[in-house]
Write a protein that binds this ligand. Structure first.
Ligand code: GDP
Ligand code: ZN
Length: 457
């Protein structure tokens, strides 16, 4: 049983107007009451109501901030515990001071993710929903956001629960057969088992089909923009960054402190590599453009290879063509506003027609073509509308694959393997699926998952 009360600032720290402190645990109300001064004490407030008042230092009477306090009593709160939220107005220093007072009066500073962890441990949400909260915080595009939102709402959980029910039914059926073998219904049972296993596998396949897309929406396609100096790489970057407002991720307190640059193209987030190099316009940097290109190539999942079609293909470019052979490449033939000096037919020996996009980046022409090509490469041409519940999390993908393998194993034995042996594989599948929603996970895994959160969530 959780017995202590935690507190943290749950809005990003910054210059913003309002900051919120969240307190959760059995003593949330009484701790806030030690520093809250208003018409009513928190302990007198009705649940789910708000009250205006002041935070004061109780010994000196010094006024710290003007606040709104919301009380949400257990179990009708995010953590299923008593929760008090204090909205502070007085800026950073007042917020910190208020938090400090709460800590002095018996609250403990929450660890990253601890509120969500409590919601999970208290049965308010399952593990997929908790993980989706992380995704929500980090989502880089509207579409990734709505995918995560679906998961928070429990769409994926529902599917997994249904799948597990199907398997439980199968297990029960086998159990009966093991307990009452004299009925000799083995034939029938084999048919039943293979039928149910096939059904379950089909559902898993359906979930996994979208998994790669889900992962892309969640994490972005790692993309390198490469090419010789002056072909238009920086212009392309600027165009993409201007036209497609990506949600920039700069989350203080997360394990990833590097600020990454994202743009979205047709709703697909691209995680751009080496944008610092591209933003640099000094000659020195541009001269080492090709070397730099090779460097960022290593990591890239998608290569946007920019070529100036107003010049013949350069020997450096021929060399780069070789280096990117095993990558997903889009050849951007830029500067179509100028006369063409390249041999398109010769290029078609190196690239498929579908990989080539003609653009005049300066005139902002060709973006929609680029979008289409990217959609084709990564989404078979169609980016699903927002109502789909993607499996996007590698942990989930791994477990689904594992469950599928167990079911296939069981399926293989539905001719000659004793039925109680099949039960082992089927039970394994059931347990793996349970792990997806957090039904049977180890404490260390839970710790690992929740440690990815930022403070105050
Ligand atoms: P980078 O060295 O590859 O990053 O190339 P830049 O983006 O810095 O562009 C080099 C030059 O090409 C700049 O003067 C751009 O204005 C120009 N440029 C970029 N795109 C186009 C285009 O579509 N048409 C024309 N005519 N010029 C372009
Ligand atoms: Zn540049």
């Amino acid at each position: 049983m959780i017995s202590d009360t935690i507190a943290a600032i749950s809005t990003p720290l910054g210059e913003g107007g309002i900051a919120m402190i969240r307190i959760s645990g059995p003593d949330a109300v009484s701790i806030v009451d030690t520093i809250f001064y208003a018409k009513q004490k928190c302990s007198e407030m009705k649940t789910h109501t708000v009250q205006y008042g002041f935070i004061k230092e109780s010994d000196t009477g010094l006024k710290v901030d003007e606040v709104l306090v919301t009380v949400m009593l257990a179990p009708r709160s995010f953590t299923k515990e008593n929760v008090v939220e204090i909205s502070c107005h007085g800026g950073l220093i007042a917020v910190k001071k208020t938090l400090e007072l709460l800590l002095q009066n018996g609250a403990r500073l929450a660890e990253p993710g601890e509120f969500t962890k409590r919601a999970f441990l208290n049965g308010r949400i399952d593990l997929t929903q908790a993980e989706a909260v992380i995704d929500l915080i980090r989502s880089k595009s509207d579409r990734a956001y709505s995918v995560a939102m679906k998961q928070v709402e429990g769409t994926l959980s529902d599917k997994i629960v249904n799948l597990r029910n199907l398997i439980i039914e199968l297990m029960a059926h086998i159990e009966v057969n093991i307990d009452y073998p004299e009925h000799d219904v083995e034939e029938l049972t084999y048919a039943f088992i293979s039928d149910k296993c096939n059904q379950a596998i089909q559902i898993i396949d359906e979930l996994l089909k979208n998994a790669n897309q889900g992962k892309i929406l969640r994490e972005g396609i790692v993309t390198a923009i490469i090419g010789r100096p002056n072909v238009g790489k920086s212009s392309l970057l600027n165009l993409l960054a201007r036209e497609n407002k990506a949600i920039v991720t700069d989350i203080p307190g997360t394990t990833r402190d590097v600020i990454e640059e994202y743009v979205t193209v047709g709703g697909v987030p691209l995680k751009l590599l080496d944008t610092a190099g591209l933003r640099e316009t000094s000659d020195v940097v541009e001269k080492i453009g090709v070397e730099r290109s090779k460097e960022s190539l290593k990591e890239a999942e998608l290569v946007l290879f920019v070529v100036n079609q107003n010049e013949p293909i350069h020997v450096d470019e021929m060399k780069l063509f070789q280096e990117i052979k095993n990558k997903q490449v889009i050849l951007v033939l830029n500067k179509t506003d100028l006369p063409s000096k390249i041999d398109l037919n010769q290029l078609k020996n190196q690239f498929n027609e579908e990989q080539i996009v003609q653009m005049s980046i300066k005139n902002e022409q060709g973006q929609s073509e680029l979008e289409k090509v990217i959609a084709n490469m990564f989404f078979d041409g169609r980016i699903e509308s927002t109502d789909s519940s993607y499996v996007s999390n590698v942990r989930h993908i791994h477990l689904l694959n594992k469950a599928k393998r167990s079911l296939e194993e069981a399926l293989k034995g539905t001719y000659d393997i004793p039925i109680d042996m099949l039960q082992i594989d089927i039970r394994n599948a059931w347990e793996d699926l349970g792990e997806v929603i957090g039904d049977s996970v180890s404490e260390s895994l839970i710790d690992q998952i929740f440690s990815q959160f930022c403070l105050g969530k």
